[in-house]
Design a protein around this ligand. Structure first.
Ligand code: COA
Length: 625
């Protein structure tokens, strides 16, 4: 049976059409070619590290069993055969992992992109409170994105660094003029940025109605904010009816259902053309209707929900096309942010773009542009058959369940930021991760498999690997911290040791020697070879190790924002943070349908853990560890 599944998956894998992601042009191409290729780590090294990573997660008995399976995987020759396959793949491709990762992590993933895959970003609240302010800000934001696009097009975007090493810039070329397209078994991504005639329009959506807005003059110069503002006013004025079918809701559905509706939808020529205009557009701007007012304390969490799912079919969820890579959201009450489809890129390039755009919106308008009349933006028409209407109703119901199920808490931890760990000669990221381990342990009395994304962008076409934050050292610390018989000095030493261990896992991960993607590669290689699935991947320990109750990520930004995303398992949490110099912005998500999880509770324990650790360190003289 398993061999059959493996065979059919391998057959599917061969049927995958090459993804239409773009290749880098000119100067970046040379930079790109100078980057090292992602290595395939030695097999024994990965197996040893895997066994070590299991220690805090499984019983001794389970561990002994897995040790036996790992030895067998190594000595039977199965592991070596798969390893050789991976090494051959690494020689033949630019990056042995990136296409597999794109397919398995994103395009073959069938749950809705909303909440389950697409991250949102909560931007600082803007100080406008009316339509004029909303449209002015949106116009300036659009101008700012076009300014960033010019840097991408001219290849003047500065090359980024991590740990002193140059990073792959490919993701910047994947985020504009691109869109996910649903497919019956797997989706695809279309990208028009390097087309012979690249798009010159964006899509704007207001009251569930989509518009094509040309943002370049005929001489190729971008429209100014003043010009865009007038165009947005026209859009606003011709989309005042609120009784329109929220066609965009279809994009919130389970991917198989959406793929079915999609095929049906685009049978109609008008619909097909409208969908193509959205897919081709450089990006989307959503002019949102006001959401219910909440207390100041809940405000950021409410905006996070608005960014992640739009608030449900009654509110702004129909004001989106969730397959679109970049959707900027601007509401009348000054709330703003973004939601992005994850397949083409990770958070850091998206946030770098936002850093630029938000700074740009603060610049005063220097020249007032001559007001030559511009044509009315084109409204995109959709012919809604009874079948499509039915699909929309079904999608609304599913979405509303999802909206009610998402529990999200955004908060600012104001006691300290990166400054305190740095003053103690500790990595701020590791400090936060170990504190999170303490928070989780205090709630559940145990640790769980924890995922932190690590960038692989020092390699050509690199995406991410996993930093496993639950380690032997973090477990020793959290147990020690709760042990009243231990002296403070010992607790601080355990904490410092856990932080060092986390930082050293981070270094290993960003340098391509972590274990998660290698294990995935070996598994996919077995599928591709039509071999039966090795026992090591059928083991309970493997399932435990891959069940990430804590899925976390640092997405640093210059602006005071925070990214947010949903949990990756039904009984888990999604935790994202942006450590600023003197405070940390956090988002925590969970599902209401899981009685054991609660975003506000984890947030509370996290704040307490951070404060307790600071107090512990401050009240204990430095040891010589
Ligand atoms: N003493 C003093 N300062 C230290 C220190 C120490 N022992 N260790 C680190 N620092 C400093 C660093 O120099 C850095 O300084 P800066 O603020 O001037 O830049 C700062 O503390 C932050 O370092 P650290 O907290 O260790 O984290 P990092 O910036 O190295 O980031 C990762 C770690 C894992 C987040 C990063 O490597 C990464 O991979 N990011 C990508 C995440 C990603 O792709 N997410 C995707 C989400 S969709």
């Amino acid at each position: 049976m398993l061999a059959f599944i493996a065979r059919s998956m391998a057959k599917q894998a061969r049927l995958v059409k090459p993804v239409s992601l773009v290749k880098l042009p000119g100067r970046y191409l040379a930079h790109q070619e100078s980057l090292p290729c992602l290595p395939v780590p030695p097999l024994q090294q990965t197996l040893d590290k895997y066994l070590l990573a299991l220690k805090p997660l499984v019983s001794q008995e389970e561990w002994n069993h897995t040790k036996h399976l790992a030895d067998d995987f190594q000595t039977s020759g199965v592991g070596e055969r798969l390893q050789k396959g991976l090494e051959r793949r690494a020689k033949k491709t630019e990056n042995w992992l990136s296409d597999w990762w794109l397919q398995t992590a994103y395009l073959e993933y069938r749950l809705p992109v909303v909440v389950h895959s697409s991250p949102g970003v909560v931007l600082p609240k803007q100080d406008f409170v009316d339509r004029q302010g909303q449209l002015r800000f949106a116009a300036k934001l659009i101008e700012g994105v076009l300014d960033f696009k010019t840097m991408i097009d001219n290849e003047t975007l500065p090359i980024e660094y991590l740990g002193g090493k140059e990073l792959c810039m490919n993701q910047y070329y994947q985020i504009l003029s691109s869109c996910r397209v649903p497919g019956p078994k797997r989706d695809s991504v279309v990208n028009y940025s390097q087309a012979t005639k690249p798009p010159t329009h964006i899509t704007v959506v207001h009251n569930f109605q989509f518009f094509e807005l040309d943002v370049y003059n005929s001489d190729g110069t971008p429209l100014t904010a003043d010009q865009i503002f007038l165009q947005l006013e026209k859009i606003w004025g011709s989309s005042l009816q609120t009784n329109k079918e929220p066609i965009g809701i279809l994009t919130t559905n389970h991917r198989n259902s959406w793929a079915k509706s999609y095929n049906n939808l685009i049978k109609d020529k008008t619909n097909k053309e409208s969908v193509r205009i959205i897919q081709k557009s450089i990006f989307t701007v959503c002019l949102d209707a006001p959401m219910p007012c909440v207390s100041e304390e809940l405000y950021k969490s409410r905006v996070a929900a608005q960014m992640l799912h739009g608030g449900g079919s009654r509110w702004n969820s129909g004001n989106r096309w969730f397959d679109k890579t970049l959707q900027f959201i601007v509401a009348e009450d000054g709330s703003c942010g973004l939601v992005y489809e994850h397949a083409p890129a990770e958070g850091p390039p998206i946030v770098a773009l936002l850093d630029h755009v938000v700074e740009y919106t603060k610049k005063p308008e220097l020249v007032r542009s001559p007001m030559t009349p511009l044509p009315m933006p084109k409204k995109l028409r959709f012919n809604i058959t009874p079948e499509i209407k039915n699909d929309i109703e079904q999608a609304k119901q599913n979405l509303n369940i999802m909206v009610h199920d998402l529990d999200v808490k955004v908060f600012v931890f104001g006691v300290f930021g990166k400054n305190f760990p740095k003053s103690q000669k500790m990595s701020p990221d590791a400090f936060i991760q170990v504190a999170l381990q303490l928070a989780y342990y205090r709630i559940y009395g145990q640790v769980c498999a924890t995922y932190e994304s690590a960038s692989l962008r020092i390699f050509r076409l690199g995406r991410t690997d996993t930093i496993r934050s639950a380690s032997v050292d973090s477990l020793n610390f959290v147990k020690g911290m709760e042990d009243t018989s231990k002296q403070n000095q010992e607790k601080v030493d355990l904490f410092r040791k856990a932080v060092l261990a986390h930082r050293s896992y981070t270094d290993m991960a960003i340098n391509g020697s972590a274990i998660d993607r290698h294990l995935l590669g070996l598994k996919l290689q077995a599928i591709e070879d039509l071999a039966s699935m090795p026992e090591i991947f059928m083991d309970t320990s493997y399932a435990v190790a891959m069940h990430y109750n804590l899925s976390t990520s640092q997405v640093p930004a210059k602006i005071d924002c925070v990214m947010c995303f949903g949990p990756v398992v039904p009984d888990g949490y999604g935790v994202c943070y942006n450590p600023m110099e003197d405070h940390i912005n956090f988002s925590v998500s969970a599902f209401n349908s899981c009685a054991e999880t609660n975003a506000a509770r984890l947030a509370h324990y996290l704040e307490r853990a951070l404060c307790d650790i600071q107090q512990l360190i401050q009240s204990t003289p430095r040891s010589k560890l």
